[in-house]
Design a protein around this ligand. Structure first.
Ligand SMILES: Cc1cc2nc3c(=O)[nH]c(=O)nc-3n(C[C@H](O)[C@H](O)[C@H](O)COP(=O)(O)OP(=O)(O)OC[C@H]3O[C@@H](n4cnc5c(N)ncnc54)[C@H](O)[C@@H]3O)c2cc1C
Length: 481
């Protein structure tokens, strides 16, 4: 039987998840379809994780509007969904008089965009605030409302909250064709057919394809790769703020920042893709960002990197593309959501929900909508007393599986029983950090796999690292299990 939700959301990045959460307030049926095996597998899982203040986008643009509003929304959302969020503030460093003029221009832009709490600092003030910044910095724009977040954790938290309120999430389900009908759409996926009254296109780098499938605008999405280096948590405290250089034609440039999880991150580069979907990192790319980052912090350690990754920016012209398609009005476009899309997502979602209400007509708010979500307890951060209480309730919280990140069996089982469980090694890693530390899962992966197999009721051979074809067990020594 063909499923018939009111709304199909295409794409499980931060934008799709934020929209799903916003729509879950209302008495309507919504399904989110994601081509990959988990949430946040596109740009939302591989970015800088900065909640930007909003001084950068052009005044009057959608980017400016949603950035500033999104920035204001995050503290409350994070408190409600138990997402770690640190309002660290950001610095844009200037190394010469020309760049000081750019700092002044960004400050003026920020004022025009309505960004509160900005200051222009002298070199001395910068060094007092952030001693690791290069002595060569003459001054900086200091934006106190900027912050850091884990982008995939934010996506997962919003999705879990939406799922708890009734939105369905379907993974490994790629939309392959869309047919417009009199009262909506028939959507063909690699798993079957669904019909819906409205489609919301949040397919990131593939938003142009979805638009074309629906017979809507020819959106031209340009892709650019951004590489990062992630450092161990033992140097996570190297800097306390998000440190940018003045932007150039390639965007905001290479930053040095603490992450919400307590690591140190440098990047991103800005490179053409070798092929579609290319997220490989290269030694050349890593060297480039290291040299760039050293301009901001000369004492940046050469050792201590634990991994590298890359994300793909999906740019569509100079601004976000948001709203009902002019050609196919029941298709809502949320395309070209490049930076500051992570910051903007909650604000975009509010406006999309308003648009959906207008389109569907007479949509009621649920009386029992739950706007909070309980995160997995982070045992590492608990006091001994709190750990004892937790272990008395459930002894699994006393069994450490990931030694680098101090993640327990209780935490792993918790995430596998969440509202949007994903039974893969990487899914567990993104949800509770097992395997995210210095050894990158070398020690804990076998145990994590056993727990996944138990919770999902599958065999060890079926447990995957990520998507199809990433099974880890290929056979048994001497043919024995
Ligand atoms: C290097 C880099 C750094 C960035 N830094 C920041 C930052 O610090 N702060 C900030 O605010 N923003 C930042 N951004 C921007 C931010 O990451 C994006 O704006 C945001 O993640 C976009 O979210 P999305 O949901 O639109 O897209 P995505 O996260 O890409 O999600 C789209 C999803 O759609 C799915 N999909 C595609 N086609 C189909 C299909 N046919 N069927 C089903 N599903 C499909 C994809 O698999 C994907 O999961 C950065 C981006 C990059 C690349």
């Amino acid at each position: 039987m063909t499923e018939k939700p009111d709304i199909i959301i295409i794409g499980g990045g931060i934008v799709g998840a934020a929209i799903a959460r916003e729509l879950s307030r209302y008495e309507l049926s919504a399904v989110l379809l994601e081509a990959r095996e988990d949430l946040a597998r596109g740009a939302s899982g591989a970015n800088s994780g900065i909640i930007h203040a909003g001084y950068d986008p052009k005044p009057g643009s959608l980017m400016a509007k949603y950035n500033v509003k999104g920035n204001q929304m995050y503290p409350e959302i994070c408190a409600k969904l138990q997402i770690p969020f640190h309002q660290t503030g950001s610095l844009v460093l200037a190394f010469n008089e020309e760049q000081m003029k750019e700092v002044q221009r960004l400050y003026d832009r920020g004022l025009e965009n309505g960004v509160p709490h900005m200051q222009i600092l002298s070199g001395e003030e910068v060094h007092q605030l952030e001693p690791e910044v290069s002595e060569k910095a003459l001054g900086a724009l200091y934006a106190l409302t900027a912050g850091i977040i884990s982008p995939y954790e934010a996506t997962i938290a919003m999705a879990e909250n939406a799922a708890e309120n009734g939105v369905a999430f379907r993974f490994s389900e790629q939309v392959t064709a869309i047919e417009k009908t009199e009262d909506g759409f028939v959507v063909q996926t690699n798993q079957g057919k669904l019909t819906a009254r409205l489609i919301i296109n949040c397919a990131g780098a593939q938003a142009g394809e979805i638009s074309r499938m629906a017979g809507a605008e020819n959106l031209s999405i340009q892709e650019k790769k951004g590489e990062y280096t992630l450092y161990d948590r033992n140097i996570g405290g190297f800097v306390q703020h998000v440190i940018f250089q003045t932007p150039d034609e390639n965007g905001k440039g290479v930053l040095v920042t603490p992450t919400a999880e307590g690591n140190l991150l440098i990047g991103p580069s800005s490179d053409a893709l070798e092929e579609p979907g290319d997220t490989a990192t290269t030694q050349l790319g890593q060297d480039k960002i290291f040299i760039q980052a050293k301009k901001s912090c000369e004492k940046l350690p050469a050792g201590g990197a634990i991994t590298s990754f890359a994300g793909i920016r999906a740019v569509c012209g100079e601004d976000f593309v948001i709203g009902a398609s002019a050609l196919v009005p029941d298709l809502i476009q949320v395309a070209g959501i490049c930076s500051p899309g992570l910051t903007s997502a909650p604000a975009i979602a509010q406006d999309i929900a308003e648009l959906v209400k207008v389109k569907l007509g007479s949509v009621k708010e649920k009386k029992d909508w739950k706007d909070t979500r309980e995160a997995v307890p982070c045992v590492r951060e608990l006091s001994w007393e709190e750990r004892k209480t937790l272990c008395e309730k459930n002894a699994d919280y006393g069994k450490i599986v990931c030694r680098c990140e101090t993640v327990t069996e209780g935490e792993i089982r918790h995430v596998l029983r969440s509202a949007v469980p994903v039974y893969t090694v990487d899914g567990v890693k993104r949800r509770c950090r097992a395997g995210m530390g210095r050894c990158q899962g070398s020690f804990c992966t076998p145990r994590v796999m056993q727990i996944i197999a138990e919770e999902a009721g599958i065999s060890l051979e079926e447990v995957r690292k990520a998507g199809k074809g990433t099974e880890i067990v290929q056979g048994y020594l001497k043919g024995e299990k």
